[in-house]
Ligand binder design. Structure first.
Ligand code: GLU
Length: 433
């Protein structure tokens, strides 16, 4: 059995990364270790899950507006292609590493299988700070990167999408670059495109909507009334802001929001629309006049029924897991909870709705977009939202029942459902040659 044991170093025997236990890849391996006892004979295929199928590292040379030539490091990792083409977003962030992208790609494999989409798992990223590049520079970076990973992406091979700091405009540049290189407009090579270029209605808000729908279901099961429920939210990007809007509409109170620039608190509930306008103007929630300033570690002491991490990995550490006051954690971010924190939350009776189901709304509507592009027939927004709701609530029900049946956490339950599907596919396909 590969993966890490509690307290030891991960042992995937990969020569190209050596992650610490709480790093994203170390976290993923620990999560995997917990599911293997439930895999029966399929466990013999577990090496399929504990290493990526394919890793591409690319140099992205770009001329800046001042004439200088700089080089960025980019990645595309295809963790698994057992159940279909690779699928997963592209992240632009100064902290992106190969090891992080590997973990994100593996979580995509699990997520896509957990909600039963016909995809494997993949992820990409470039280590850069997009705030320090002009729009023209970002376009050149995006186009060169797309051209470099053009070797392995394609509508039947691997389909990128937005993630942290990428959006519909970046997807339009990617689609155009790929199309120019292959000599045919190929809308299905990326999802999350502008609606005018084969994008899907409802895609921008889909991840936030999925967080809301799964959160609403979890609150119902835990008997937390939505009316007046207090929510503390970390991250106010596309996912956090859209989830906040939907929860607020249902009568929840968003009492605290923290982002990279600072935090704000209002016991009566923050005005989400006004906060969104403030963030559009200032790039951060800090300085918002509709609440008090919240110091960074104070965020974890906020009294709220629900905590939504919607930023980056590794935010819920052991120490924070002991402090936080919520009954329910909705993982809108990928990989926000380290394994030791998972155990502490379980012991404290805090329910964690894991990322692989909680934030699957985005990739579900990406799947709809990909299907619509292939058929060149586009659906209405209400049809998309209805189908999203159906798929995500159905998957959540199945995962909840699996977790109850084995008396395991929802995360391990989701991994049991997903890894069984991936390893069954792997087993049925067999080994070549
Ligand atoms: N980046 C999103 C995620 O982490 C969406 C991926 C996609 O739509 O392919 O799930």
């Amino acid at each position: 059995m590969t993966g890490i044991q509690q307290g030891s170093t991960p042992s995937t025997n990969l020569s190209y990364v050596s992650p610490a236990p709480d790093s994203p890849w170390g976290t993923y391996l620990a999560q995997l270790d917990r599911v293997l006892p439930y895999m029966g004979d399929l466990a013999r295929w577990s090496g399929t899950l504990s290493r990526p199928k394919r890793v591409l590292i690319v140099d992205v040379p770009v001329q800046l507006d001042n004439g200088e030539i700089v080089h960025f490091e980019g990645y595309r990792v295809q963790h698994s292609l057992s159940r279909g083409p690779g699928k997963g977003g592209i992240r632009y962030h100064p902290a992106v590493t190969l090891e992080e992208v590997m973990a994100l790609s593996a979580w995509m494999t699990v997520k896509n299988a957990a909600v039963n989409l016909p995809f494997g798992g993949a992820k990409g990223g470039i280590r850069l700070d997009p705030r320090r590049l002009s729009a023209k520079e970002l376009e050149r970076v995006t186009r060169r990167y797309t051209s470099e990973i053009g070797l392995i992406i394609g509508p039947q091979r691997d389909i990128p999408a937005p993630d942290v700091n990428t959006n519909a405009q970046v997807m339009a540049w990617m689609m155009d670059t790929y199309s120019v290189n292959v000599g045919a407009t190929t809308t299905g090579v990326v999802t999350g495109k502008p609606v005018s270029l084969g994008g899907s209605l409802g895609r921008v808000k889909a991840t936030g909507r999925g967080v809301y729908v799964t959160g609403r279901e979890a609150m119902r099961r835990l008997k937390i009334p939505t009316e007046g429920a207090r929510i503390a939210l970390q991250g106010f990007g596309n996912v956090g802001a859209n989830a906040a809007e939907l929860f607020a509409r249902e009568g929840c109170k968003i009492v605290a929001v923290q982002d990279h620039g600072g935090g704000v608190y209002n016991a009566q509930g923050l005005d989400v629309r006004a906060l969104t306008e403030h963030v559009a103007a200032h790039g951060t929630v800090a300085g918002f006049s509709g609440g008090e300033r919240l110091e960074s570690e104070e965020f974890w002491d906020v009294e709220a029924e629900v905590l939504i991490p919607a930023a980056l990995e590794g935010q819920i550490t052991e120490a924070r897991a002991r402090r936080l006051r919520a009954r329910l954690v909705l993982e809108a971010a990928n990989g926000p909870t380290v394994p030791a924190a998972d155990d502490i939350l379980a012991a404290r009776g805090v329910t964690v709705l894991p990322d692989v189901i909680c934030n699957a709304g985005g990739v579900i509507v990406s799947y709809f977009e990909w299907v619509q592009d292939f058929s060149s027939f586009f659906w209405s927004e209400s049809e998309i939202n209805m189908r999203l709701d159906q798929i995500i609530t159905g998957a959540l029900k199945h995962i909840w029942a699996t977790a109850e049946r084995h008396a395991i956490s929802l995360r391990t339950g989701a991994f049991v459902v997903a890894c069984t599907r991936v390893l069954e596919a792997r087993n049925e396909r067999g080994l070549y040659p």
